[in-house]
Design a protein around this ligand. Structure first.
Ligand code: AMP
Length: 126
């Protein structure tokens, strides 16, 4: 079944410049901005500019250039925020929610990068 992308979602509107955002980083294929309701001292959303609904959709259909650009942008965001545990920082949690069971609110693929405090266990009740 083809992935159905809803062009009216809030991140599509941010990408079209219809809604402001607090940009952390913009590259050819990727935008990173602060979450409007941060759940940690650092809470950045990294999104591809292309119309991908979920992580698996992005990984299945994005071009190599988009995937590499996204991955490098994530690394750059961690470095910019001092969150890289591989480089002297205290680390972070990267999460992506997909669909109904993943409790995804915005149907445009996004990676949450959270840090600045101990984030807790990976899954509630685990
Ligand atoms: P998810 O539940 O994974 O789809 O997460 C959606 C995230 O988008 C939530 O953490 C919201 O706080 C965040 N969000 C919603 N609208 C905006 C916005 N206009 N700017 C920045 N973050 C937003």
């Amino acid at each position: 079944m083809p992935y159905a992308y809803d062009t009216s979602n809030i991140f599509a509107r941010i990408l079209r410049g219809e809604i402001p955002n607090k940009t952390v980083l913009e590259t050819a294929h990727t935008l990173a901005f602060h979450d409007i309701a941060p759940k940690a001292p650092a809470h950045v959303l990294v999104i591809p500019k292309g119309p991908y609904v979920t992580y698996d959709h992005f990984c299945a259909e994005a071009s190599d250039a988009e995937i590499v650009d996204f991955a490098r942008a994530c690394a750059q965001v961690c470095e910019m925020l001092g969150l890289s545990a591989a480089d002297g920082g205290k680390g972070s949690r990267a999460i992506t929610n997909a669909g109904e069971h993943g409790v995804q609110e915005v149907p445009h693929f996004h990676l949450h990068i959270l840090g600045g405090r101990v984030i807790g266990r990976m899954i509630e009740n685990a």
